[in-house]
Design a protein around this ligand. Sequence first.
Ligand SMILES: Cc1ncc(COP(=O)(O)O)c(C=O)c1O
Length: 410
Amino acid sequence: MALKNSYYERLAGGYLFPEIARRTKEFQVFHPEVKIMRLGIGNTTEPLPQIVASAMALEAVRLMNVETYSGYGDEQGNSKLRQALSERYKKCFGVRLDADEFFISDGSKCDCANISSIFSHESIIAVESPAYPVYVDSNVTSGKTGQFNKGKMQYEGVYYMPCTEMNDFFPEVPSGHVDLIYLCRPNNPTGAVAMASDLQPFVDYALEHKAVIIYDVAYVDYQKERGLVESIYQIPGAEKCAIEIGSFSKWAGFTGVRLGWSIVPKELVVEDTVPGELHRMWSRRYTTVFNGASNIAQAGGLAVLSELGQQSCQEVINYYMSNARLIKNGLYDMGLTVYGGTNAPYIWLKVPDGMSSWNFFDKLLNETNVVCTPGVGFGPDGEGFCRLSAFGHQENITEAIESIRMNLRI
Ligand SMILES: Cc1ncc(COP(=O)(O)O)c(C=O)c1O
């Protein structure tokens, strides 16, 4: 007799984007003449640089030819791509990691979800609040959390680390014992970043408690200010207690192409492992349940890592960041309180007059026809905020901001 995995019933999230879609659709039914403007979505819109698209097209052509055809590759990723990532870390971030400490995936969401599978079921997880939902949801479905408490908007058994205006959206180190700590910088949704002095206490905590930091750098290439941490391994001791997860999605427009990486250093240890053991386990996971990222996507990744590729991707990022400035300045000039948007493509807007995130969502949609993402969907401390995204064509962003400026009644 097969039984379902009943932990899925505990999932409260997943309701955010469907609920946004439902409310938007309902509004459109009553106002079919209205053009809805979307500032809610974290999806890229601008075309790939030619050097990247051409590299993938060439790889596709190689598959047409018997001499150059390739089938399965190494599950952990193309060795040239792993090497190129290792060189980038050394050159750009001053971090030395072996190429085989990089694992290439079909996008980092799966890595964010799968990584906890190499740790005990008893692990206590700590997450920033607000945070990208997959960190919690993947642990819910694998039974590492308790039930969802609707009153508190929290899962029992999860340690929430509030990121609020009071702490500049950077959490305090846990005061109790936790095992897996998820951190994301620059942060989705708040846009907040990290200095070495912010992260060192987390690394010290992890070393002391034999905990592991899972550090998500999906937006690192959006950082503009100097002196910000680009990789957790810039913090002394992190190679013994941290895993880093990166993505080509927002860096290079690969949201649809699908390519990411994770780094599990050989020096990483927990209470019951020796150096190299967790690295071998993650490698084993790759060979057991994954057959490698697409060879076409990996050819594109190699082109992204070329000098011209990196420059071209940066130009697209600059375009999105000019959108971020338009949004941030536009809202600021209206007297609204806004965070983020300087080192990340997300603007974290404080909802006026103490309204709830969802009430503001409805107000913005009704008065201005603009869709945002209610902050409470990212965790309990997201209540009272909403996220606006800089991904979009500039003319649409300008139109949306103009509509907010003209029509929002505050
Ligand atoms: C913080 C963060 N991490 C990871 C991802 C996943 O990226 P992908 O699976 O496209 O590589 C996203 C996507 O929006 C994200 O916002």
